[in-house]
Design a protein around this ligand. Structure first.
Ligand code: NAD
Length: 497
């Protein structure tokens, strides 16, 4: 029983809550503060959403603790999984509505939102629902003065109340990548979606009530990083923070964790992922996949190929073909079926891209196409290509997180040199190589310092495969069996008989 925002978007009726979700209820923030959600395709206000204060985080953490100590822990692992399957089924039943809300709030093209943002979220819930009753310990033959008189075994236990903090690029999917393994492991959650795209998270809260999750297991608190996010990372009852976002924020979260209660932390952070294209690979395929590597989800993709190194033998041909392809990208209203590229998520991000592009030009990178805001309402930025990018330039070092391709040349006579350049970054999220030579591919795989490696493909992420970075791209994994481990602690028991 709660108020909903009801809208008709693209001939579809959608409804979603705009309050905080705490202890199974939709409530206003104690501070009554709210923020406007803006439609990035026309800059109109969609609705206002309550923003959680630190007092709200406190109330939610207590509710999550009570649920953890009570009903949630009493549920069998299989029943926990069944609830998650039920939620996934409800998401499936509401997938068009969820995709519509996601497009409206984030600017993602509707068909992509349906397939990726929502489709992969549903997949994630199902994958981890299946894990609930497969979390196993082990028995260990310890050395001891009296052999065969000891029994040593491990139990994998949930951590308790977990704080989850996510970004705006795939709002529901980023939430799902964290919340599904976290709940599957038996924890309860206080979750903060990004303040700029919180609507599908609140819709999920509504569906979780329908699915029958006990009160307090899931708490969803939109709010700012400075207030809600910090309150979560400092909270003494929260024993783990799972975070996806920028490296700068990741560092703040680790600091807060170390200064509060030494909570466990896992961090999925930024990237500047290199993609190396050798002349022995099919050029048209390389162009097509590089386009996806950079422009997928209008570049708002953490594993976006931020640096493209092209073999000097095919450099000019590659540039020509890429520019031809970029001209075919149809930018516009995310609900228009002929559009493949929507607006950037929010105004501050658009402004960042404009500045980024200006800096690249000032530093001497060669602008081949795009480079500026579209002359129309909405946060539209032209798909952009820079060539002759040099390693010392800002564009070669810093993440754009937008539709900007940065191309450099390399010589295939020195494969070590290009791998050294690829590794010459503080990030280590993803990387790619296109070559038809298996030896080159294997050489690259062994030497590249990134958590995800693609060979002759790009962006292929699957819920069953671990995902996460090295170096300042963070630590810990989302997805795959590894993700469950991020939300468990191991208890080792030794008995003597
Ligand atoms: P961000 O770090 O600004 O914000 C991410 C989240 O952290 C938001 O919910 C924000 O409100 C919150 N936050 C901000 N300051 C905080 C603080 N001091 N304490 C606690 N929480 C705080 O990042 P963003 O702009 O939302 O997202 C873009 C970044 O996310 C990019 O760097 C991108 O590469 C990264 N990202 C990484 C992955 C991955 O899997 N590695 C996936 C998606 C996005």
């Amino acid at each position: 029983n709660h108020e909903s925002i009801k809208l008709n978007v693209n001939k579809m009726d959608v409804a979603f809550p705009n309050q905080l979700f705490i202890n199974g209820e939709f409530v206003n923030s104690v501070s009554e503060s709210s923020m406007e959600c803006v439609n990035p395709s026309n800059e109109s206000v969609i609705c206002s959403v309550q923003m959680a204060s630190s007092d709200d985080v406190d109330i939610a953490a207590l509710a999550a603790e009570k649920a953890f100590e009570g009903e949630w822990s009493k549920l069998s692992a299989r029943d926990r999984g069944n609830l998650m399957f039920k939620l996934a089924d409800l998401m499936e039943q509401h997938k068009e509505e969820l995709a519509t809300i996601e497009s409206l709030d984030s600017g993602a093209v509707y068909t992509l939102a349906l397939k990726t943002h929502i489709g992969m979220s549903i997949d994630t819930w199902r994958y981890f629902a299946g894990w609930c009753d497969k979390i196993l310990g082990s028995t260990i033959p310890i050395a001891h003065a009296r052999p065969n008189s000891n029994f040593t075994f491990t139990k994998r236990e949930p951590i308790g109340v977990c704080g989850l903090i996510t970004p705006w690029n795939y709002p529901l999917m980023m939430l799902s990548w964290k919340m599904a393994p976290c709940l599957a492991a038996g924890n309860t959650v206080v979750m903060k979606p990004s303040e700029v795209s919180p609507l599908t998270a609140l819709k999920l809260a509504e569906l979780s009530v329908k699915a029958g999750f006990p009160k307090g297991v899931i708490n969803i608190l939109p709010g700012t990083g400075a207030e809600t996010g910090e309150a979560i990372s400092q909270h003494l009852k929260i024993r783990k923070v799972g975070f996806t976002g920028s490296t700068v924020t990741g560092m703040k979260i680790m600091k807060a964790a170390s200064e509060s209660n030494l909570k466990k932390v896992s961090l999925e952070l930024g990237g500047k992922s290199p993609l190396i294209i050798f002349d022995d690979y099919n050029l048209d395929k390389a162009v097509r996949m590089s386009m996806g590597g950079v422009f997928f989800n209008k570049g708002e993709n953490c594993i976006s190929a931020g640096r493209i190194f092209v073999d000097s033998n095919i450099y000019d041909a590659f540039l020509e073909k890429v520019v031809t392809e970029v001209k075919k990208i149809v930018v516009g209203d995310p609900f228009n079926r002929s559009v493949s590229h929507g607006p950037q998520n929010h105004k501050a991000h658009l402004d960042k891209l404009i500045k980024y592009s200006e800096t690249a030009q000032n530093e001497g990178a060669k602008l081949l196409i795009g480079g500026k805001r579209l002359d129309r309402p909405g946060y539209y930025f032209e798909p952009t290509v820079f060539a002759d990018v040099e390693d010392h330039m800002f564009i070669a070092k810093e993440e754009a997180f937008g539709p900007i391709m940065a191309i450099s040349k390399f010589s295939s006579s020195d494969i070590d040199a290009v791998i050294r350049r690829a590794n010459n970054t503080e990030y280590g999220l993803a990387s790619g190589v296109f070559t038809s030579d298996i030896n080159k591919a294997l050489y690259f795989i062994d030497r590249i310092d990134s958590g995800t490696v693609f060979v002759n493909t790009y962006n292929k992420t699957d819920v069953a495969a671990p995902f996460g970075g090295f170096k300042q791209s963070g630590f810990g994994k989302d997805l795959g069996p590894d993700a469950i481990n991020e939300y468990l602690k191991t208890k080792c028991v030794t008995m003597e008989y």
